[in-house]
Design a binder for this molecule. Structure first.
Ligand code: PEP
Ligand code: MG
Length: 312
């Protein structure tokens, strides 16, 4: 069945009744970007810039960063790309941004938090991203990882605009950010839900732990309810809400997320055709019905079953 849906997808992101939902790719390198174009991704919803520097001992200078980002953006000339600023720490340590030993790295100085102490690192990266936008011809938005409050989002957006970049966003990965999504959206142009970290922090369950994988299941109703809150905030403020965690790569869940108010989904390139095709198989009203049932289900398994029954 999966092969059939791949063949059927026409490459336009959206539901059967024409409600637009962008189908985007997660990338971390130029080869990822080429694969994403081949898979039919309409753009990039998450460029994990830290993947360019996992082995680097020193901060790459602006010229080096600009060249590296241009290589990744170039295959998407004329299309939208969301560049995430360095997400160092916890499961993705960068030695040039080492904050020293921390007893709980996932709860420590990671993501955007690193930049509050070293804003020059952020400003140099933003300068390089602005240059790469010019060099590549892609339409760039920039978003920050691990944002906890609207003040942090506003601090980030100020620096993005000072760098001459047009659109600033915040990832929602921390429960506090989800609960204050209206205020966050007031400070930035868009938000993107990182369901991997959001699940980890909502369930207090390490995302790297196999033993806790059931709690990190993206079908968990508690996670879906938070996504619903964020989707409603997006509607109220008239600003886009994306999902760029693993949740977006499940073809059945993709429709449920659209039903919760999500307007773009970003995933590994390999998942793009199946998700695009699945999204086009039902109307937005069907997805809203499936979403309502899934988020009110008593557990993850029942949430998945109810969505399957509604959408088959
Ligand atoms: C996430 O946390 O869901 C996410 C997309 O970011 P990363 O997996 O890179 O932490
Ligand atoms: Mg994350």
């Amino acid at each position: 069945a999966e092969r059939d849906v791949r063949i059927d997808w026409n490459g336009a992101g959206g539901t059967a009744d024409g409600h637009a939902v962008s189908v985007l790719a997660n990338v971390g390198s130029a080869s990822d970007a080429r694969l994403a174009v081949d898979a039919g991704a309409q753009g990039v919803g998450l460029f994990r810039t830290e993947f360019c520097y996992l082995g680097a001992d020193e901060e790459p200078d602006v010229r080096t960063q600009r060249a590296a980002y241009t290589e990744v953006l170039a295959p998407f000339a004329g299309r939208p790309v969301v560049v995430r600023t360095l997400d160092a720490g916890a499961d993705k340590p960068l030695s040039f941004l080492d904050m020293g030993a921390e007893p709980n790295p996932a709860l420590g100085v990671r993501g955007l938090r690193v930049c509050f102490e070293r804003p020059g690192v952020l400003d140099r990266q933003l300068e390089a991203i602005a240059g790469a936008e010019q060099d590549s011809g892609a339409t760039v938005s920039v978003m920050a990882p691990m944002v906890a409050t609207a003040d942090e989002a506003a601090w980030f957006a100020d620096r993005v605009r000072a760098a001459g970049l047009g659109r600033a966003g915040a990832m929602i990965e921390v429960p506090a950010a989800a609960l204050t999504a209206d205020e966050l959206l007031d400070a930035v142009d868009f938000v993107s839900v990182g369901t991997n970290d959001l699940a980890q922090y909502v369930f207090a369950a390490d995302r790297m732990s196999g033993a806790l994988a059931g709690l990190n299941d993206p079908w968990q109703p508690a996670l879906l309810r938070l996504v619903a809150l964020i989707g409603q905030a997006g509607h109220r403020l008239g600003k886009p809400v994306g999902v760029c965690g693993e949740a977006a790569s499940d073809p059945l869940l993709a429709g449920v997320l659209a039903g919760l108010g999500v307007s773009s989904l970003s995933m590994a390139a390999a998942a793009v055709p199946a998700v695009g095709s699945a999204l086009a198989s039902h109307t937005l009203v069907d997805y809203q019905k499936a979403a309502e049932e899934a988020k009110n289900a008593p557990n993850a398994a029942r949430a998945r079953e109810s969505a399957f029954a509604t959408l088959q």
